[in-house]
Design a protein around this ligand. Structure first.
Ligand code: IPE
Ligand code: IPE
Ligand code: MG
Length: 236
């Protein structure tokens, strides 16, 4: 543990809240309640381990397809974290940024997000990103639309578009690409998360459900990451 190289940026697809609840005979929303608590705990653990950037996938652009009941339970939980749990983190020097299409969220949630981002913008501790109403294809589509507008208005030349421009115009602007991407619950797919940004990330799939993914599991993922021979297309 002592000699572990800690990844700068850890991103997590927090999957399996529903299955966690089902296994306990509880309604799915109880899985989300427990999953939310785990996010809060994980902020302290990440900070303690020296992780600088932590990004979680909380609600995808595809998750609107779930039942009205489940979507509304998730939005209620979100409101509660944005107005208290994450506010507490912001007081502990955590900087919070939301990635995703904020305009698709209820206006009171948009207001909570604006306040939280504004209040924490100078915090220098853990840099915490929450993906809400986030889909990588949607993020790229929005970036393309803004870019097309700029070209139409004569503010940008097609030749100005390079990889740097694209990275700087996605929702993750100013955030380094993830070093380690974790998905819980055994599923081995990306589900429209950070497609551009994970070009050279290392992947780790944990079999446990998100509410059970604690410090020990995170250390296991980092230990596994330490065994990887990271390459970026170069010959070593
Ligand atoms: C992840 O858990 C949380 C969200 C997608 C909001 P799920 O709700 O996907 O749980 P499973 O995958 O159905 O078990
Ligand atoms: C991915 O999980 C989205 C989040 C964790 C928020 P899903 O459970 O929605 O993804 P699929 O449907 O299994 O691909
Ligand atoms: Mg799932």
């Amino acid at each position: 543990m002592d000699n572990l190289k800690i990844p700068t940026h850890v991103a997590v697809i927090m999957d399996g809240n529903g299955r966690w609840a089902k296994a306990k005979g509880l309604p799915r929303k109880m899985g989300h309640v427990q999953g939310g608590k785990n996010v809060e705990d994980m902020l302290y653990i990440c900070d303690e381990l020296g992780i600088k950037y932590f990004t979680v996938y909380a609600f995808s652009t595809e998750n609107w397809k779930r039942s009205e009941d489940e979507v509304s339970a998730l939005m209620t939980l979100l409101r509660s974290y944005l107005s208290s749990g994450f506010k507490k983190a912001a007081k502990n020097n955590v900087r919070i940024r939301i990635i995703g299409d904020k305009t698709g969220l209820a206006t009171d949630i948009q207001d909570l997000i604006r306040d939280l981002e504004e209040d924490s913008k100078n915090n220098t501790g853990l840099q915490f990103q929450i993906a809400i109403n986030y889909g990588s294809r949607d993020e790229i589509k929005r970036m393309m639309q803004r870019t097309a507008e700029k070209i139409k208005n004569g503010e940008l030349e097609p030749s100005d578009i390079d990889e740097r421009y694209i990275s700087d115009n996605l929702d993750t602007k100013d955030i380094p690409d993830p070093d380690l991407l974790i998905r819980t619950s055994g599923e081995q797919r990306i589900s429209n998360f950070l497609l551009w940004q994970i070009a050279y990330s290392e992947f780790y799939f944990a079999s446990c459900h998100w509410p059970d993914f604690g410090k020990e599991e995170l250390i296991k993922a980092i230990e596994e990451y330490n065994k990887r021979d990271r390459r970026f297309g170069d010959a070593k």
